[in-house]
Design a protein around this ligand. Structure first.
Ligand code: GLU
Length: 304
């Protein structure tokens, strides 16, 4: 039996003296205010046992991690028709790149880059009665945690500085790949990115992706086929243009966000979330990547 608690404590101890913690994202002004010294990790094993270390109960802006959750929701509503509007190939480009979108006639490379997530947001805006409320209720229900909320100041900050996202949405609209108004879709998108959650809450919500579609409370949200596809997308597209490096160093499907969070799953074994706000040059949490590399090395467990 793996002593997860000892390993998480060792990781925290080891990383607490790290000199290079990366740089906190500043292009969304509200995110620049976060203390770079925060670090948390939370792991839930297949039996539902929980282990944590550091600031694992402190909520932060989950940013692009939300793209997996909106994708899962949209996929469960529309099924395989989704893939007519968004592709499933890694982009090898930063999250907000637009050139590929134009080259590929308004079909985003995958649902985990911004343009793809904006198409997914459009699907949800079309299908849900009260998109922002319904999405939040969906997340709260999976987690059995009504305290999960949007951070309105982060959503506002993103809206004020989201020039590239406006550009992507307008480009999608010009190619006929956006059904709703740009403003309406981006309002939803900025809110989903502004979900405020802790490592504990993230590991809890992502438990269903390691547990064949069933959440921690035994309700089924996805079938095996859905989970397989979502985990494949996390593995190949979850880390901007560093998905190869993450697979190489860590060896788990996962997703990062510019708030410094990373969530990853080992199917049938555990879900884990880390938070350290300093990012490396590719936009992934510097210490979060190191922590997960240590986790899979020390436990000898990865999908490979
Ligand atoms: N809301 C951010 C943006 O669209 C998400 C960035 C990220 O976490 O990758 O710029």
């Amino acid at each position: 039996m793996i002593d997860f608690q000892r390993i998480l404590n060792e990781i925290l101890g080891d990383l607490s003296t790290a000199k290079d913690r990366g740089t906190v994202a500043s292009y969304i002004p509200e995110l620049a205010k976060i203390d770079i010294n925060k670090f948390g990790i939370h792991l839930i094993d297949d039996a539902g046992n929980e282990y944590s270390s550091g600031n694992s109960d402190e909520a932060f802006s989950i940013q692009s991690i939300s793209k997996v959750l909106s994708l899962g929701y949209a996929f469960s509503i529309v099924g395989d028709d989704l893939w007519e509007r968004v592709n499933v190939e890694p982009s090898g480009d930063p999250f907000n790149h637009l050139s590929l979108l134009e080259m590929e006639n308004g079909i985003p490379r995958n649902p985990l880059i911004n343009a793809g997530a904006i198409v997914i947001a459009d699907v949800l805006v079309s299908r849900l009665k009260n998109p922002k409320d319904d999405f939040l209720t969906y997340i709260r229900t999976i987690a059995s945690d009504p305290s999960i909320a949007y951070d309105p100041s982060v959503a506002r900050s993103e809206k004020e500085t989201g020039f590239r996202n406006y550009a992507a949405a307008n480009l999608l609209k010009s190619y006929g790949n956006l059904e709703n108004d740009v403003e309406q879709v981006l309002d939803f998108y900025f809110h989903q990115c502004a979900l405020h959650m802790s490592c504990r809450q993230l590991a809890n919500v992502f438990y269903m992706f390691m547990n064949r579609g069933k959440c921690l409370h035994d309700n089924k949200y996805f079938n095996l086929n859905h989970v397989k596809r979502i985990n494949a997308l996390m593995l190949t597209c979850g880390f901007y243009d560093e998905a190869g490096e993450f697979a190489f160093e860590v060896g788990l499907p996962g997703k990062s966000g510019v708030g410094g969070g990373i969530v990853a799953v080992l199917p049938n074994e555990f879900s884990v979330a880390t938070w350290s706000p300093g990012l490396n040059k590719k936009g992934n949490s510097q210490l979060g990547m190191l922590a997960l590399e240590q986790l899979t090395t020390k436990t000898g467990r990865s999908i490979f």
